[in-house]
Design a protein around this ligand. Structure first.
Ligand code: CDP
Ligand code: CDP
Length: 223
């Protein structure tokens, strides 16, 4: 059976990673969370105290090795041999990940790795530039959007579940700031590829959204 590339892009909280995971599982594909790779570089830069120094980040890039491993607990992110899956979600990383991701040398390195991982197909990759830059020839491109209210509520719910006290207005502000940063950067900004299918998930459940993507994928796979 044909093994295709499914590219899922969109702003924060639109449901990319959770649906990409489900779609990959049901199709027997590999799921690649490219945001985790940008977060791992940001974490390493923070640990070295150079997160706001572009030149220094470019200098140490060769010393950063990122692996994405599938485990029963979901995808794990391994940074130079250490499992950093929890640390890359810390607020300090979230605050700086957009500026670090806007740096040319960082994108060059990670895009090359993403292309290598996905070259044989059978993958669902989510991020900001998968359909536009990483795999412009992906057989299926999805661009997810949702209202800022829905996205804020989803993030708040996730944080509450982790026992973190949340300020709705603060979460909303942070999401808007990150979307603006990601959409306006010079290199590979967040935007919909012309041939991507737009899905507004504001009123959809995760199951409905995943089912829709699987249906679209099956049409192509069974062609
Ligand atoms: O928090 P959320 O799941 O929405 O974000 P993420 O997918 O973990 O991505 C974190 C950040 O990494 C984004 O805000 C972008 O700045 C950057 N990113 C990127 O530039 N390109 C990608 N392909 C994926 C993520
Ligand atoms: O990866 P991205 O930032 O686009 O979003 P996500 O991490 O997949 O989704 C953020 C949260 O929204 C997760 O807790 C999902 O379970 C939830 N979600 C939802 O409630 N309804 C949807 N239709 C999609 C996602």
């Amino acid at each position: 059976m044909k093994k295709i590339v499914i590219a899922i892009d969109g702003p924060a909280g639109s449901g990319k990673s959770s649906s990409a995971k489900i779609v990959a599982e049901r199709l027997g594909y590999i799921y690649i969370d490219t945001g985790a790779m940008y977060r791992a570089v940001t974490l390493e830069a923070l640990r070295r105290g150079i997160a706001e120094n572009e030149a220094e980040i470019c200098k140490i890039l060769d010393e950063i090795n990122i692996e994405l491993r599938t485990s029963p607990q979901g995808q794990r992110t391994i940074l130079n041999g250490e499992d950093v899956s929890d640390d890359i979600r810390l607020p300090g990383v979230t605050r700086l990940v957009s500026p670090v991701s806007a740096i040319g040398c960082v994108r060059e390195k990670l895009v090359a790795e993403q292309r290598r991982i996905g070259e044989r197909g059978g993958i669902v990759m989510d991020g900001r530039d998968i359909g536009t830059v990483v795999f412009p020839n992906a057989e299926l491109k999805i661009y997810l959007v949702a209202s800022i209210e829905a996205r804020t509520e989803r993030r708040a719910k996730e944080l509450r579940a982790k026992g973190i006290r949340v300020e709705i207005e603060e979460i909303k502000k942070q999401i808007i700031e990150r979307d603006n940063y990601d959409s306006s950067r010079a290199i590979s900004p967040l935007r919909k590829a012309e041939d991507a299918i737009l899905i507004d998930t504001s009123e959809m459940t995760l199951e409905q959204q995943s089912e829709l993507i699987i249906e679209l994928a099956n049409k192509i796979i069974n062609l």
